[in-house]
Design a binder for this molecule. Structure first.
Ligand code: NAD
Ligand code: DAU
Length: 353
């Protein structure tokens, strides 16, 4: 693909995965002009992008994907030729508390982007791509065995996953109905630096550091498949540039763990890194009321992306978890800044009442 001078829109680039993606794209593809569109909700943190904010091929656009006029204006102005859409409300617990926000951002926001891309590209689809970044949660919940494949029927069970499933359906509908060049990926749980500490891993590390209780939902035996965020970014790079139009690619870490085993591992790594006595952090574990509708197990068959695009997770879990713990321990100031203000009220509501 000829990249020279192409304007690429990345939505949600101030969030966790988006900021890693934006940094990679700006550094790896100097010929692209990268536009990062983000509303800067509680989850958006522009400080994460300090290293590239002065780059000549990078522009930040503050805006809301729910605002159709704004989206149309930026498409008219910048004539984007590629879109990588990550902006979303992403936290399951928040979706249980306020599902409407999830429908607005994740469904209507996605539809606004599709409409404007379609209008801007006006049937001239050569060299264009709309890449929608989705989640494995659309497939529902697995029992003890089995893996999510690209043809697993959708069965979303939380307001978050229902909104992501709906957005996936709209993206596919634009492919079948209008011939829009689209591609979708459905990825498992990401972890790594810069993740907002409402999600399991940074929340646990932050609490261990501050010697607060570690809230494990239910009996802690729910299973997630963990992928280091840079591995997700390398998969996204391949899918955006080489993915087949109209296709879906599942992305996973091949790294299933029960929550309680993961929390034990984090406690033990932290004890070592902080030179605390063995088992001292495990004593902070508290089993709390389960998440309503808590999906039991997620696991991915990532065979298709391996066969078609040659992608496999490159980070060994032992290495990824240790690197992640070290990053949060070395970036206490970052943690303190993001855990102040609105986040504290949320934390208060979910864990302390
Ligand atoms: P995040 O919550 O860290 O970041 C979301 C970003 O979107 C934030 O910067 C936020 O400000 C922005 N945003 C929210 N609403 C917006 C709006 N209306 N207009 C413009 N910007 C808005 O999320 P994340 O964990 O980085 O996830 C990114 C994407 O990847 C999401 O679509 C999510 O569904 C998907 N995903 C996440 C994971 C994971 O484990 N985190 C796994 C698979 C897929
Ligand atoms: O599978 C991909 C999805 O992974 C993404 O689409 C979502 O955006 C992302 O938030 C994540 O969803 P989960 O609900 O799996 O992630 P979370 O970090 O919230 O929880 C991981 C597991 O840990 C889950 O089984 C719930 C449990 N948990 C979570 C928190 C925050 C706890 O036991 N205690 C906690 O305090």
């Amino acid at each position: 693909m000829n990249r020279k001078g192409k304007n690429i829109l990345i939505t949600g680039g101030a969030g966790f995965i988006g900021s890693h993606l934006v940094m990679m794209m700006v550094n790896k593809y100097p010929d692209y002009r990268i536009f990062n569109l983000d509303k800067l909700t509680y989850a958006g943190n522009l400080e994460n992008l300090r290293s590239i904010e002065e780059s000549p091929n990078y522009t930040f656009l503050k805006g809301d994907i729910v605002n159709a006029d704004f989206i149309q204006n930026i498409f008219d102005q910048y004539l984007f030729e590629g879109v990588i859409h990550l902006a979303a409300e992403s936290h399951v617990d928040r979706s249980i508390d306020s599902p409407n926000e999830f429908a607005m951002t994740n469904v209507i926001g996605t539809l606004n982007l599709l409409n404007s891309a379609r209008k801007c590209w006006a049937g001239k689809f050569e060299g264009k791509m709309f890449y929608h970044v989705s989640t494995d949660e659309v497939y529902g919940s697995l029992g003890e065995t089995g893996l999510f494949r690209e043809d697993t029927p959708y069965d979303p069970r939380s307001p978050y996953s229902a909104s992501k499933a709906s957005s996936d359906h709209f993206v596919r509908a634009f492919f079948h109905t209008y011939g829009m060049p689209v591609v979708i990926s459905n990825c498992s749980n990401n972890y790594g630096p810069l993740q907002f500490p409402e999600k399991l891993i940074p929340l646990m590390i932050n609490n261990i550091l501050k010697e607060k209780s570690l809230p494990v939902y239910g009996d802690g035996t729910n299973v997630r498949d963990w992928l280091y965020v840079s591995d997700h970014v390398s998969a996204m790079d391949l899918i955006f540039h080489k993915g087949r139009k109209g296709e879906t690619y599942n992305i996973g870490g091949n790294n299933e763990m029960k929550n309680i085993d993961l929390v034990h591992l984090l406690c033990d790594i932290c004890d070592e890194e902080l030179s605390r006595s063995a088992n001292s952090s495990r004593k902070l574990i508290t089993f709390v009321k389960d998440r309503p509708g808590h999906d039991r197990r997620y696991a991915i068959d990532a065979g298709k992306i391996k066969r078609e695009l040659g992608w496999e997770p490159g980070t060994l879990p032992e290495k990824g978890f240790r690197k992640t713990v070290q990053w949060y321990l070395n970036n206490g100031e970052w943690l303190n800044r993001v855990t102040s203000g609105a986040y504290q009220q949320y934390y208060q509501k979910f864990y302390l009442t």
